[in-house]
Design a binder for this molecule. Structure first.
Ligand code: 13P
Length: 258
């Protein structure tokens, strides 16, 4: 399978949900339920909750991160948050290029590329999202779209930088729709993403990159997805908001040990 060295990462993307109080309660309640898991449990919380989450998550399996970051180091950018601020608040990773940022806030691959570079400079691990729309899939353009997004978003990164990323394949038609990609469809797309990395850098480096699947993941379908050879974990939206379902997803398999 060739994936035995890659860690399993189950990442919750809370989007614009949960206050500071709710964040603290979630972590405290969830902690004992995932203590035996071999997966990393990432939580991308709202900016306002990063600090409290990071403090509460000390001595727990949780890794705390954010959902967006500015491409600029600092300056007159009203409403933006810098990588340095996130790092100081306790974030260890940041989601970049989520389809909601791309579609609603018009973020381009070029901006995604700048954000990745900025995050890496501050030693924040980027989780870079790519994925096609339903129309693009139906037009047979999935691979073309993924290749373009990867080429442009990761343009100019060194091999060492590329190996620090986590990639997330999130087909837009599967996000928040209850239409999860089948394990086979997700595997095919993620294998293709790894091939693109392999051609741009080299097979050995591409083989080290953790690639997550996201889009209507639930406790019921999590295991079948992570059992696929190129699916190293999951990026979970709605089902990460409840302790019960998120802990079940984190515990969904014990196969791919760290
Ligand atoms: P859902 O799991 O709610 O479909 O959201 C997926 C997602 O966008 C994770 O980043």
């Amino acid at each position: 399978m060739g994936n035995s060295n890659r860690p399993t990462v189950i990442a919750g993307n809370w989007k614009m949900y949960k206050t500071i109080e709710e964040t603290i309660s979630f972590i405290l309640e969830c902690k004992p339920l995932i203590k035996d898991s071999t997966a990393y449990a990432f939580l991308a919380v709202p900016f306002t909750a990063v600090r409290a989450a990071a403090v509460t998550a000390k001595q727990t399996p949780f890794v705390i991160g954010a959902q967006n970051v500015s491409d600029a180091a600092e300056g007159a950018f009203t409403g933006e948050i810098s990588a340095k601020m996130l790092k100081e608040a306790g974030a260890r990773f940041v989601i970049i290029g989520h389809s909601e940022r791309r579609q609603i806030y018009c973020e381009t691959d070029e901006l995604v590329n700048k954000k990745i570079r900025r995050a890496l400079q501050e030693m924040l691990q980027p989780i870079v999202c790519v994925g096609e729309t339903l129309a693009q899939r139906e037009a047979g353009k999935t691979e073309e779209i993924l290749k373009t997004q990867l080429d442009r978003s990761l343009h100019g990164l060194t091999k060492d930088e590329m190996k620090k990323l986590i990639l997330a394949y999130e087909p837009i038609w599967a996000i928040g729709t209850q239409k999860t990609a089948t394990p086979e469809i997700a595997q095919q797309a993620q294998k293709f993403c790894r091939q693109v990395l392999s051609h741009t850098w080299d097979p050995d480096s591409a083989n080290q990159v953790v690639i997550l699947y996201g889009g209507s993941v639930k406790a019921e379908n999590a295991k079948a997805l992570v059992d696929q050879p190129d699916i190293d974990g999951l990026l979970v939206g709605g089902a990460s908001l409840s302790v019960e379902s998120f802990s079940r997803i984190v515990n969904c398999q014990q196969k791919k040990n760290l």
